[in-house]
Design a protein. Sequence first.
Lengths: 344, 378
Amino acid sequence: MNLQIALLLGQDGVTSGAIYALLALALVLVFAVTRVIFIPQGEFVAFGALTLAGLQADRLPGTIWLLLALGTAIALVEGGAALRQRRYRRIPLILLVNCAAPLLLAGALVAVSPAGLPLPIQVLLALMLVVPLGPMIYRLVYQPVAEVSVLALLIVSVAVHVTLIGLGLFFFGAEGSRTPAFTEVSFEFGEAVLQGQTILVVVASLVLIIALYFFFERTLYGKALRATAMNRTGARLMGISGQLAGMLSFTLAAAIGAFSGILISPITTIYYDSGFLIGLKGFVGAIIGGLASYPVAAAGAVLVGLLESYSSFWASAFKEVIVFTLILPVLLWRSLTTRHPEEG
Amino acid sequence: MGGLLAVLGWALAAGVQADINVGVTLSATGPAASLGIPEKNTIALLPATIAGQKVNYIVLDDASDTTTAVKNARKLIAEDKVDVIIGSTTTPNSLAMIDVVAEAETPMISMAAGAKIIEPMDAKRAWVFKTPQNDAQMATAIVEHMTNNNVRTVAYIGFADAYGEGWWNEFSKIAEVRKIQIVANERFNRGDTSVTGQVLKIIAAKPDAVLIGGAGTPAALPQKSLKEKGYKGIIYQTHGVANADFLRVCGKDCEGTFLPAGPVLVAAQLPDSNPIKKAALEYLGKYEAVHGKGSVSTFGAHAWDATKLLVSAVPEALRKAQPGTPEFRKALRDALEKTRNLTATHGVFNMSPQDHLGFDQRARVMVRIDGGTWKLVQ
């Protein structure tokens, strides 16, 4: 191994580490606010990337059907509740948000051919298709069981994960897709070539992390989320709705996931099931942060990326083993150094 | 109730022939889905009658999972009383099913490539047949091509699973005999997002050629990385990549790549004198009529070939026994083993008690990717 190879591996590790870091942050956020270990986080990566690829291939992405179906289901649930409570004036709004908006989006996609649109618009469309799935899944699946134990929520997560994987295969097929690079720029260092896309991934991740920081520090909604994470009952007594906090955290998680997918799909081929492994590596990062600390989780995720990259050079057959074994010393260390209050 | 029994008794007494039940278990979901889906599509095109007998196909999905494949095999035998099992898609699944079918004395035709499925021949494997070429046959074709093109040093990068390991074993054995030096041996996972480390190590070893032992679109990742990092040598892929999606994902980075494949992949380019051309074009025509032009892959053709074997073996078995009986299954096994000169889409079957595949070198061609299509290398 010479310096050039070491640098290239380092660059590769930081690039994947940046994506893992984003996912680790999303996992910590969702867990802190709702106590849900969000296993389907990775599915949003795959859905985001494949929806964009579908748009670029001028196919109507399957995610639109999921959006319509979930929207209709929520409209039925909420509409039914409004009818029982005789709050008829809420019904138009429910229908507008859950049925009309997705229908409008579907209509727009059918009307204009998305393949001809400029890339930023395609990205925006893909995000509009995938991100609402986050809060919708929360509303339908998690909100009715929001008060059950962490273990039960984990089991629900596994169910959601398996369902989404199956739907992914149905929507996008077994084969993977790549999207064209956002930028063709590349820099040369001696013999090594640095792709513009990898720099873009790192920069975009950093920007997103900084934006998240300001969101939590400076905005009312961000503070509401932090308050809920610290003390759910206390926050509710202060008038912060647990439902709103849950919806918001799932929206953020879905947005981060879908955006990560769109970022990396020009670098690697994404399959309907690739999200799980990417999410799992983000989860290792989140575990290093104890599912509580954002900076440690992000640093842990970058460590995972670097470890992965260097081990792929030295012992490619054992790469995954090395990465996931990292969790053992971390868990040991955490269980020795922290106290665990019993969780209900 | 009594009336019903009477009718049943009459039906049996009249000797109404039972239908032939064909059980199919394939990997239509899970990691091997890109192989299993075209196979499943092919099953829908299969003949509804063989030798005048109605055929029922019972298709189950094993989700690329070994345990489920075994469960499916048991279910097909116990509940559906099948006369023969076609499946499964992958080598590990097929290996796991051998014990089940041997115990129930039901013939099985696997659609997986691993030579271990039918070798070494023993009492259990006597019930097992397969239609895809052995990896060894394909590896020989690659090594031959390498020797002809003055390749002295080779690097290998393959899947970190049974597929990559199987190719490594076959390829390294044959390469050693032919005096080709292997300078690097790397692994990657199907779901990997980056293979930079492996690729850098390969490039540092400066091989004349690189062989990528992967299947489907994941095999495009090392190739794209190699090109991106400036590798200029020859790149070989295995027949596992022979579908249109691979070309779509790999794009211009795959130009000039060589791979061995079943002749069905380039059927239209085969000389008219080749008997395989007609058989392969027949399948292609049927498949593309339903699923659109360019949709065909070599994997579905393995399922088609499995039925070709059945069509030729069933009439002889029918002369000896009725479907649904152990005697029929035994007769079917014997007839399958006696298959001679049967032209299918991937080659010509010449089975023997020792060889339950029976392909010769007609079952493979070298193919080059040229302008985003498969070109037969003469």
